[in-house]
Write a protein that binds this ligand. Structure first.
Ligand SMILES: [Zn+2]
Length: 126
């Protein structure tokens, strides 16, 4: 038990998890693949539509430029997956935080607002 306290509480990584409207959601790889394919098709269609509109009404080169810029913005807006769940070392409530599989990340507990450090698969007191 003393080791558990010194380590903080263990956190679990969900590769296909994310936070939406303040709630943790965890998907399976199949749902992610379907959602990604639909998103990519619609993003490309939107980029082509904007590019064609600019190309037809202005200039073909401007159309190409607009299409590439729109696609770039859409790629930046793609949902980022990677979610850690566990218990806050301060208030012991179940919490989740978006972050990649590796690296150290400090954040405020969404429940007690005290500082928590995600490090080596544990939520620790800062
Ligand atoms: Zn807390």
């Amino acid at each position: 038990m003393s080791e558990e306290i010194s380590l903080g509480s263990s956190a679990k990584f969900h590769r296909w998890g994310y936070i939406s409207s303040g709630r943790a959601r965890i998907l399976d790889i199949g749902s992610v693949a379907i959602s990604r394919i639909i998103t990519i098709i619609s993003d490309v269609l939107v980029a082509v539509a904007f590019g064609l509109a600019a190309g037809v009404f202005l200039h073909w080169f401007l159309g190409l430029f607009v299409g590439v810029v729109v696609l770039g913005v859409e790629i930046r807006m793609l949902r980022r997956y990677g979610l850690w769940t566990g218990h806050c070392p301060h208030c012991s409530q179940e919490i989740s935080v978006s972050h990649g599989a590796h690296g150290v990340h400090a954040f405020d507990c969404p429940i007690c607002t005290r500082r928590v450090l995600l490090s080596e698969n544990h939520f620790r007191v800062v």
